[in-house]
Ligand binder design. Structure first.
Ligand SMILES: Nc1nc2c(ncn2[C@@H]2O[C@H](COP(=O)(O)OP(=O)(O)O)[C@@H](O)[C@H]2O)c(=O)[nH]1
Ligand SMILES: [Mg+2]
Length: 285
């Protein structure tokens, strides 16, 4: 019996490694705020790391419209932290509007080209609840269903099938009717790959949001993949697009990296705010 114990221990450790869904050290604002000031500001407000590379003539105002305090960020984080009374979970998937769950709470949804990083971003938003199952695929067009998540009684969140490569029908059949008919939808997040900039399919999505008159926000993903010299022109392209061709888009494009957690805390706070769970005095949305 004694002889078997080390093996049992090893077996237990391997099992633990297989089942352990550890929380990343940058996942929580509370942890990040312990970093040196410049570093945590760079993680929480990614624009602050880019600002120095911008020409002086560029107006910085639009990039910092939503600028919550540390206290707001902390309050928002509580909503993304599960407890016995505040359960965060994947609830269901739907392929048609008549399969969509009836929900009273405000809802936000994430749309964008296949592979832009929708599921990864949702997984990092929910990283403080690692038991929430968000599937991230290696193959483009994997998310062919609308996947619904519930954050306690506060709001629900939807991961949408991607448009573009291999998935145009899913988009027309599911996403468009959803966007037009969903009454509790308070904000749509349109994701654009920050490492490649806006593509033709993204412009079509912008036109669609405008046609439907949806309040939406543009989010640039994968900002860790490229250096500022490449990312900045893409950001300015998006800003110009918002300024010149949109009426319903929030003026500030958000920047995120799901792998580095950059911009994720800020986005949590914005979602908390637009779903009516965080009152703020000094910000426009
Ligand atoms: N470097 C980097 N890769 C990312 C990031 N977000 C997503 N990816 C990768 O991009 C691919 C597509 O991501 P996924 O979330 O499945 O995209 P979706 O099809 O829009 O849901 C995956 O291989 C991810 O690992 C990011 O912020 N940084
Ligand atoms: Mg996906």
């Amino acid at each position: 019996m004694f002889l078997w114990q080390p093996r049992l221990l090893l077996h237990y450790r391997i099992q633990q490694q297989l089942t352990c869904r550890c929380v990343h050290s940058l996942a929580s604002f509370q942890q990040v705020s312990r970093l040196p000031e410049r570093k945590w500001r760079g993680v929480v407000f990614p624009f602050s790391s880019l600002e120095g590379h911008l020409d002086r003539s560029v107006d910085r105002g639009d990039f910092q419209l939503f600028h919550p305090s540390e206290e707001d960020l902390q309050r928002a984080e509580r909503l993304f932290t599960p407890s016995a009374k505040h359960v965060i979970l994947y609830t269901s998937s739907a392929v048609r509007m008549d399969h969509v769950p009836e929900i009273q709470q405000p809802e936000v949804c994430f749309i964008g080209r296949s592979n832009v990083g929708k599921s990864s971003l949702i997984r990092s938003l929910f990283s403080l609840a690692p038991e929430v199952e968000v599937r991230v695929s290696k193959t483009p067009g994997h998310t062919k269903k609308m996947n619904f998540f519930r954050v306690g009684q506060a709001f629900s969140l939807v991961d949408m099938p991607g448009y573009g490569h291999k998935a145009p029908r899913d988009f027309v059949d599911m996403v468009e009717p959803y966007l037009q008919a969903r009454e509790n939808l308070v904000r749509t997040f349109l994701l654009v790959d920050g490492s490649v900039g806006p593509q033709r399919a993204d412009l079509v999505a912008v036109e669609m949001c405008e046609e439907f008159g949806l309040p939406y926000v543009m989010v640039m993903t994968k900002i860790d993949k490229v250096r500022p010299g490449i990312l900045l022109p893409h950001l300015l392209q998006v800003q110009n697009l918002i300024k010149t061709q949109t009426k319903y888009c929030f003026a500030q494009p958000f920047l995120v990296s799901s792998t580095q957690f950059s911009g994720v805390h800020l986005l949590r706070c914005f979602i908390t705010h637009v779903t009516g769970n965080l009152q703020m005095d000094s910000t426009t949305s």
